[in-house]
Design a protein around this ligand. Structure first.
Ligand code: C5P
Length: 232
């Protein structure tokens, strides 16, 4: 199940497809985020899917349960492999998301939850959001809520993957961004780790952006991630 997901953080279809055209061998699992989806619409998902890539549609839905159920029902027709919601929307909202995403034949993409964004510090969470608990307790509780709602896992920093597995079990998936090669710059990421370390910690999927998209040879960088994380 372990896999490397490339974050295609591009703003146009041309740039994205030109980037993906480089991958003539193994077709990477691709993350499409808000920027690309809002710029190009659902057609970009269909086009990338038709080229043989698996897709993580990272739209982080967060609204009332009825709206999320209906939005997920629309997304269920796009044939993506993974999508997500904010755990802050509550267990009811996550249950509604799962219902909406499940197709009439019972199949559905993987559904994961964002616990606390890695850009939210403990200090801001407590002062601005009035959440009195520690960030780790909040992440553990949100992950448990996602499990209660029937979701498959959470997005979290690689350094939180162990905490989540301890609370929710080894089968509960962790999808971890914040990945850098040992010999590379951190960019704006703070809590980072290498693909090899993410594997040791027990991440199920790593999400890698700039170390691949901005590399001189993106295919070689992707293959290095696969070697270190999957071992192939
Ligand atoms: O370029 P880089 O490897 O930092 O990209 C990481 C990707 O993962 C980006 O698309 C970023 O938005 C996403 N992400 C993250 N931290 C989170 C959730 C998503 O870096 N907590």
């Amino acid at each position: 199940m372990r896999d490397v997901i490339i974050a295609c953080d591009f703003s146009s279809k041309e740039q994205t497809l030109a980037f993906l055209d480089r991958f003539t061998g193994r077709k990477p699992f691709v993350k499409i985020g808000m920027e690309l989806f809002y710029a190009c619409g659902p057609d970009i998902v269909r086009e990338i899917k038709a080229r043989g890539h698996k897709i993580f549609l990272d739209l982080k839905l967060h609204d009332i349960p009825n709206t999320v159920r209906k939005a997920m029902s629309v997304l269920s027709h796009l044939d993506v492999d993974m999508t997500n919601v904010h755990a802050a929307g509550t267990v009811d909202m996550m249950r509604a998301a799962l219902e909406g995403l499940t197709r009439p034949d019972g199949t559905r993409p993987l559904l994961i939850a964002v616990t606390q964004l890695t850009s939210t510090s403990e200090e801001r969470m407590q002062r601005e959001l009035l959440i009195g608990a520690t960030i780790n307790d909040t992440i553990a509780k949100y992950a448990e809520n996602a499990k209660t709602a029937g979701l498959d896992g959470v997005v979290c920093s690689p350094l939180e993957a162990e905490l989540v597995k301890n609370h929710c079990g080894a089968e509960f998936m962790t999808v971890t961004p914040g990945i850098r090669f040992a010999d590379a710059a951190a960019d704006d990421q703070v809590r980072i780790t290498t693909p090899a370390r993410a594997r040791e910690i027990g991440s199920d999927f790593i999400v890698v952006g700039r170390p691949v998209t901005a590399a001189e040879d993106p295919v070689a960088a992707y293959e290095r991630c696969c070697r270190e994380f999957i071992g192939e």
